[in-house]
Ligand binder design. Structure first.
Ligand code: HPA
Length: 246
């Protein structure tokens, strides 16, 4: 897969093991992406990488320029995008440090630039979003997880919240009633924008913490999230290595 891009989330501002060959600054009609696109080789295979929250992790979820990031990736010829995302675990299987490949999404975000189809239109366009993630890439991620010996959860409904605050316990109860398994702040509008651009996009969700009101109910700290993400992202690295060599 020589046309693969990885969008790194919280806990993945750099892709360790990536032998960097060059950095490419892309200007877009939608403003600046989160940073230059880093090109490199992972186990000898070409991969491009962009950190969603910037290389110093200073862009909060509601301020990420999702349109610019995806437009830049497509503009430079990438066709497949793996979006790595830290999430909270809502349902019992979604324990901290688990990795899940979501198959559905519910969007609770608001006031984000969420479409490319709003200006200079010849006609109104409605993309099909019945299956929000690319089936081919999801299957490859699940297969890569299995061949890396990881206990990857092969489906999950991702609830995308606005952030940057975490949710209240009642909000998480509502998300669970709606059918969400994990909750994160960046899954939308990213998935829909990727579909609008015709990119094959799938998400790799890493559980950083029990969602509010789940687990032992103690206060969620950034230290807890960071500690779990160290081990979760180690799994993601193994999964991505298996993906590129598959
Ligand atoms: N809620 C929303 N987003 C998150 C969480 C959470 O608990 N953990 C990591 N990203």
């Amino acid at each position: 897969m020589s046309d693969l891009a990885i969008i790194g989330g919280t806990g993945l501002t750099r892709l360790s093991g990536l032998e960097i060959t060059r950095r490419e600054v892309v200007h877009t009609p939608y403003g600046e992406p989160s940073g230059p696109v880093t090109h490199g080789r992972l186990l000898g295979h070409a991969v491009a990488f962009i950190p969603r929250h910037g290389s110093t992790h200073n862009i909060p979820p509601h301020r990420v320029n999702y349109r610019a990031n995806l437009w830049a990736l497509r503009h430079i010829g990438l066709t497949h995008v793996v979006a790595v995302a830290a999430v909270g675990g809502v349902t019992p299987a979604m324990e901290p440090c688990r990795v899940a490949i979501p198959d559905q999404v519910i969007d609770y975000t608001w006031a984000r630039a969420h479409t490319f189809f709003e200006e200079d239109l010849e006609h109104v366009t409605h993309i099909d979003f019945t299956e929000p993630y690319c089936a081919e890439l999801r299957a490859r991620l699940i297969q890569a997880g299995a061949s890396a010996g990881l206990d990857v959860i092969d489906k999950a409904t991702y609830g995308a919240t606005q952030g940057p605050r975490l949710e209240s316990a009642a909000e998480i109860d509502r998300l669970e009633r709606d059918g969400c398994d994990v909750v994160g702040m960046t899954g939308m509008p990213e998935a829909a924008l990727a579909r609008e651009l015709g990119l094959c996009y799938a998400s790799c969700a890493v559980v950083a913490n029990w969602a509010p009101g789940r687990g032992d109910g103690t206060v969620i700290t950034m230290d807890e999230i960071s500690a779990n993400l160290v081990s979760g992202m180690e799994k993601v690295k193994r999964l991505l290595e298996a993906l590129v060599t598959s």
